[in-house]
Design a protein around this ligand. Structure first.
Ligand SMILES: [Zn+2]
Ligand SMILES: [Zn+2]
Length: 169
């Protein structure tokens, strides 16, 4: 989504309300990367004396595969962030390496929102907190049933079976 900031650029303190939805493709979750099914935002962009300050609340839903058992799951999220936007025509452009640079009178919100949202998401996704995952040997979904491999314990770990942690009383 491209927004026109020409009016805001004209005077200090000028502000504009923003709200809308990001257009999303019809994609299915197929790998580790989340696929967004909805992404809404609202906030403001304000002229703070040259640069613009963008403040946004973003919320949405995404499909992703569980990092352990690869089951498709739906997750939702809500986040807020702010960014400083600097025009390529600004003189002090090199002083601001953390700012988002834009040229002309338009700012691409989609790009800014997507990069912030991706940073705020967790790096692993679980269908449930205690997902047991798939057996690394036979691929059985250990949430649904157990397999014979489970008893196939490495002899080096065998000793741990008899190991009991005692309360220090
Ligand atoms: Zn899972
Ligand atoms: Zn197995």
């Amino acid at each position: 989504m491209i927004i026109d900031v020409s009016q805001i650029l004209k005077s200090f303190g000028e502000s504009k309300e923003l709200s809308g939805s990001i257009e999303l493709g019809e994609k299915k979750a197929s790998g580790a990367a989340p696929v967004f099914t909805s992404l809404d935002f609202c906030g403001t962009v304000t002229n703070i004396g040259g640069p613009l300050e963008l403040k946004l609340n973003v919320s949405g839903k995404y499909d992703v595969l569980c990092s352990r058992c690869a089951k498709e799951i739906q997750e939702s999220f809500a986040d807020s962030f702010s960014e400083i936007l600097v025009s390529t025509e600004a003189e002090d452009i090199t002083d601001r390496d953390d700012a988002v640079i834009f040229s002309g009178n338009t700012v691409d919100l989609t790009e800014i929102i997507m990069s912030n949202v991706l940073l705020s998401l967790p790096s692993t996704f679980l269908c449930k907190e205690d997902c047991k995952g798939l057996c690394p040997k036979c691929g059985t979904d250990l949430n649904e049933k157990s397999c014979d491999c489970i008893d196939d314990v490495d002899p080096r770990w065998e000793a741990l079976k008899n190991f009991v942690i005692r309360d220090s009383e």
